[in-house]
Design a protein around this ligand. Structure first.
Ligand SMILES: Cc1ncc(C[n+]2csc(CCOP(=O)(O)OP(=O)(O)O)c2C)c(N)n1
Ligand SMILES: [Mg+2]
Length: 443
């Protein structure tokens, strides 16, 4: 958890972005037309006072006021050209460049000490190791399914650094690493994917809620929980908590998610939506679900919304930390889109080579969250070869722990109905008795 006392102070105000070359490489990989995105400072095309400013001229300078070159009414700008969904936004927040160069911002303090930076690197490595072991265990038939998190590690580590001790996480099914740092046992995560348990961890003690499998459904639970926090705070002003809700880019197309955003905005609920844009909803790219950058949708609900480089631990930590502070202080919800990439398959049932190009994979390999963090920490001399060699050993030991944790006794089938209600009804008890008798009779 972040200690708010050990802030690293801002060193400058410039924002480091992906170079134009990187962005156009991505665009060409995605098969787009090469038009330029909007420049910094143009992120909100609506003037604050339309009466004073006259009609909106989002692409002013290119066409006269009455018609555009193609005859389109200038009121209806082609937002897809200005804010293309398949490129990082021109105002995407980044602190650590892919080369490991750090550029702090005056408006965004990074509350991460040097010791936490080193720990964050270790967590990145362990998250990837957990993922590799999970994938292998599924291939060995020990797990029914595994949803890889590889490539998305920095978003989970950044979230871990930002969370306060009373905050509640509503995850997707991909936040495996964050789950374990919050106190969920390795064996509990693995049992879920082995199919031998339904959310076996204590969601109150760990502050880590159950995985939703219905896409988007968790957003409603998260907002409901946040509204509960509001009520707790009304009764006891010392309550200092918010909700961090994860959902994917694909989940943004679900009605549940949109309803959750409406409620969060209308109720000023203390919730931060972390929209993990890993570019894909199984085999559907974001471009078939939205024409413009996803974070801009949050603005339409009246929710302050930003895009952050999801492969940059420092930027994710700083933005989520500020967003959670905002939510905890009663100022309402925030949406944070983390721009990242699912390097692996959607799940172990998926073959991404059927729908993605090697060129896109290579582009994203150049933005790897672990590589950039290692470069940065080496440049600061916070880690060296000897430390990295020790970390390799710790990762080996951790891998063995994961493989051990998968071996658990099969659960009692009668326990299947234990958690249907907090207090089992007579019907549930009768079903359990019947099941127990049937099982005995079958032996
Ligand atoms: C309501 C619903 N519709 C469809 C599915 C099938 N499904 C499982 S994962 C998934 C894609 C979700 O994509 P995204 O929200 O981007 O999350 P990601 O898997 O990329 O982390 C879909 C469509 C589902 N589980 N629930
Ligand atoms: Mg996705």
């Amino acid at each position: 958890m972040v200690s708010h006392g050990d802030a690293t102070h801002g060193k400058g105000s410039s924002t480091h972005h992906l170079s134009r070359g990187d962005a156009s490489q991505l665009r060409s990989a995605a098969g787009h037309d090469g038009s330029e995105p909007m420049q910094q400072g143009q992120s909100n095309p609506m003037p604050s006072d339309p009466a004073q400013s006259g009609p909106v001229q989002p692409d002013s300078g290119q066409h006269d006021a009455a018609t555009s070159a193609d005859g389109a009414c200038p009121l209806f700008a082609d937002l897809a050209q200005q804010f293309p969904v398949d490129q990082p936004a021109s105002d995407m927040i980044q602190i650590l460049s892919p080369d490991g160069v750090r550029t702090d911002r005056d408006d965004l303090p990074v509350h991460v000490s040097d010791a936490q930076l080193v720990d964050a690197y270790e967590k990145l490595v362990m998250a990837r190791r957990f993922d590799i072991e999970g994938t292998n265990l599924q291939r060995h038939g020990e797990l029914g399914l595994w949803p890889p998190l590889i490539g998305q590690e920095a978003t989970q580590v950044g979230a871990w650094l930002a969370l306060g001790s009373a905050d509640q996480v509503f995850p997707t099914y991909r936040e495996q690493a964050l789950a374990t740092w919050m106190g969920v046992e390795l064996s509990q995560v693995l049992a879920t994917w082995r199919g031998t348990a339904h959310c076996p961890w204590d969601t109150v003690a760990t502050h880590f809620s159950a995985y939703p499998v219905m896409i988007g459904s968790g957003t409603l639970h998260a907002v409901g929980y946040a509204m509960g926090i509001q009520r707790d705070k009304a009764a006891d002003p010392s309550v200092d908590a918010a909700v961090l809700d994860f959902h994917g880019d694909g989940a943004m197309s679900e009605g549940d998610t949109n309803e959750a955003y409406v409620f969060a905005a209308a109720m000023k609920a203390p919730v931060v939506f972390c929209a993990v844009n890993n570019q894909w909803a199984i085999s559907e790219p974001t471009s078939v679900q939205a024409p413009t950058s996803l974070y801009r949708r949050g603005l339409g609900f009246g929710i302050p919304s930003v895009q952050v480089d999801g492969n940059d631990v420092l930027a994710v930590a700083a933005v989520l930390s500020a967003a959670l502070d905002h939510a905890r202080s009663g100022r309402g919800p925030v949406m944070v889109e983390t721009w990242t990439y699912r390097t692996g398959a959607h799940t172990t049932t998926d073959d991404p080579t059927r729908y993605r190009t090697a060129q896109t994979d290579e582009y994203w390999a150049g933005l790897d969250p672990i590589v950039r963090m290692q470069k940065y920490l080496r440049s600061r001399e916070l880690i060296d070869d000897a430390w990295l060699a020790e970390l390799d050993e710790r990762a080996e030991q951790f891998g063995a722990q994961v493989r051990d944790a998968v071996h658990q006794p099969d659960p009692d089938p009668v326990a299947l109905l234990d958690d249907v209600y907090a207090d089992p009804t007579p019907d549930v008890r009768a079903d359990q008795r019947e099941l127990a008798e049937w099982l005995q009779g079958g032996q």
